[in-house]
Design a protein around this ligand. Sequence first.
Ligand code: ATP
Ligand code: MG
Length: 425
Amino acid sequence: MKTNNKKRLSNGLRQSKLFTKTLKNAPSDEVSKNAQLLIRAGYVYKEMAGVYSFLPLGLRVIEKIKNIIREELNTVGANELKMTALQKKEVWEPSNRWDDEVVDDWFKTKLKNGTKLGLAFTHEEALTNIMTNFVSSYRDLPIYAYQFQTKFRNELRAKSGIMRGREFVMKDLYDFSLDKEQHDDFYEKMKIVYKHIFDRVGLGSQTYLTISSGGSFSKYSYEFQTVTDAGEDIILVNKEKNISINKDDFNNEVLADFGVDKDTIFKEYKSVEVGDIYNLGDKFSKALNLTYKNEKGEEQLVYMGSYGIGIPRLMGVIVEVFSDNKGIIWPESVAPFQIHLINIGEDKKAEEIYEKLLEKGIEVLWDDRDKRPGEKLADADLIGIPHRIVVSARSWENGGIEYKKRDEEESRILSIEELIEFFKK
Ligand code: ATP
Ligand code: MG
């Protein structure tokens, strides 16, 4: 009984217990809309350019996004693990990526004895090396493994808020396949999985599967690009033919292959790369000697692919796309809480409603602070929880609580029963 109670209360938070406070202004050096809003609303704290701490509300959003991704990746039989940020140079030398001339965004450090270490900017080498311990036969493949892990990149410019971090959590997945055919099958599956992910976080209609240059193992790779004015990339979209191309890779040959003639009209959009899927071929298995024995006992190189999504980048893009001049407007699926409950006086009634909602498993942030109504409502708009409930003497006279969606102008009166019924759906 006691445990049950605790569980029920864990999906709620009294705002008086939240240590963050909203701010009138973001730091003057913060130029991006996403970070300005997220800092002012108390989701993130800016340590320095491109380096942000995630505060309690921000962490809830990050975890929601991660859980959506995790659910989708688990449907294709992927295993979650977590690798280390600290990397030794021996693992990165065979692929020639230890060299600062080859990879210009490494952060490096060293042990007391002088041994050089790198802070990983990606994990192809690290995971390929781990897999040499577990793969020996064709029976061991395919393997799909992913992690949510902190990457370090000494990015030249970091002016896009949490969309371009120098330290950021990435979901990176790698496939280890028998051959190109098996890899290609999975690659096609991942296009669908990624579509589900971007649909579920609310960005489906703005996000395009975009043709990009492919590297040494395939003519093309694909990026998922979300259209927003805050983007650093440019894509060309032909909605009629359902085709999107990275402007940098636009040429008549990338077109002919897709059955589009060179005079076809494309529209240009600014966009952000929210994810990418990549054919790595045997580049890393060759470098690190990751092989398996086929049915005839012959040694073969493993065929690989990699699949990234930047978690804070996705959160930042969501804020860029879903906000107005009052603040953030979270899609339901990633909002830190479902309901923002605000009381103006009427503490007892508010508490009763708060507990009822928690009992139904609904996540509620209750603004129980002793503040002016205007301040509470402005904070709620800035924080951007999708559903708002106001309990006041006036609402009570009118028959219950005032309910309003964050993106609607007008509120309406609901009785407590109607409210609970509404959220059960
Ligand atoms: P960009 O071209 O934007 O620099 P990239 O192609 O170099 O990105 P990848 O190595 O493909 O980045 O990383 C995989 C994914 O990680 C990207 O699709 C993006 O979602 C995310 N990502 C990359 N760099 C950052 C960053 N600095 N901050 C946050 N997310 C990032
Ligand atoms: Mg990329």
